[in-house]
Design a protein around this ligand. Structure first.
Ligand code: DC
Length: 235
């Protein structure tokens, strides 16, 4: 395990789909002047490549074969997050419903998780070497990727609140409106798939602080997390 994993300036944020994780994690990184890593973007970029190559996400050998050929880059500047696949900007392409529908199957493959775990720890080590802290956001950060992170947050929110938020987000992104019931069903399917997979399932680490964001504004969640980080860094 790299030295960075035990750094006091590492913050792990995990949680449910649509809980506001990305928005909160990025805002916390900006306020702290730390780097930010969206690990979901890595899983999404690999999934996009799987679909673009006409590979069935269930065809494990084909997915694994493809993985070794991919150049996935996710930048760690919270003010300028860019995602590229073999040099092509895929920031929008990784958020389409087709990628969202296939990402749980791809991210359940142990070989995929092993490679992305390595990419993620490398990104943390780079941030640490350059002297900054890092906020890492995902599903298994506190449990698997950075089990020694001194501050771990697990963000949850009521399913209806999450569906409403995600539907509004999708609408802003695509201009198209989708029934909230459909968005809710998709969220629940993804949470269930991510929580029940064998390798690194979505779950709170025993030492994580769970924050229910259902009735909190983004700033309130951000301030509560900043407070915990300040406490930890001054300890
Ligand atoms: O955070 P997101 O919705 O962009 O993540 C997309 C998917 O990637 C999510 O459904 C499960 C997977 N994922 C994962 O398995 N482990 C992570 N650390 C991050 C995301």
């Amino acid at each position: 395990m790299s030295a960075s994993v035990t750094s006091p300036r590492v913050l792990a944020i995990d949680g449910l789909s649509g809980s506001g994780k990305s928005t909160v994690a990025r805002a916390v990184a900006v306020r702290l002047g730390w780097a930010f890593l969206d690990t979901g973007a890595m899983y999404r970029a690999v999934t996009l490549a799987v679909l673009q190559n006409g590979i069935d996400p269930a065809d494990r050998a084909a997915v694994v074969g493809l993985l070794g050929t991919l150049g996935v880059e996710v930048t760690t500047d919270p003010q300028d997050v860019r995602v590229t696949l073999d040099g092509v900007d895929v920031a929008d392409a990784i958020r389409t419903p087709a990628v969202t529908a296939a990402v749980s199957a791809v991210s359940a493959l142990p070989e995929v998780r092993a490679v992305l775990l390595r990419w993620q720890r490398e990104a943390v080590a780079r941030a640490s070497e350059s002297g900054t802290g890092i906020v890492v956001e995902g599903r298994d950060i506190g449990t698997v990727v950075l089990p020694d992170a001194p501050v771990k947050i697990f963000l949850v929110a009521d399913a209806l609140v999450r569906a409403a938020r995600r539907a509004a987000q999708d609408e802003r992104r695509t201009g198209g409106e989708r029934p909230q019931g459909q968005v809710l069903a998709e969220l629940q399917r993804r949470d269930e798939a991510d929580s029940s997979r064998e390798v690194s399932p979505l779950r709170a680490a025993p030492d994580a602080v769970t924050i229910d964001a259902s009735e909190l504004a983004v700033d309130e969640v951000v301030n509560s997390i900043l407070h915990r980080v300040a406490e930890s860094v001054s300890r």
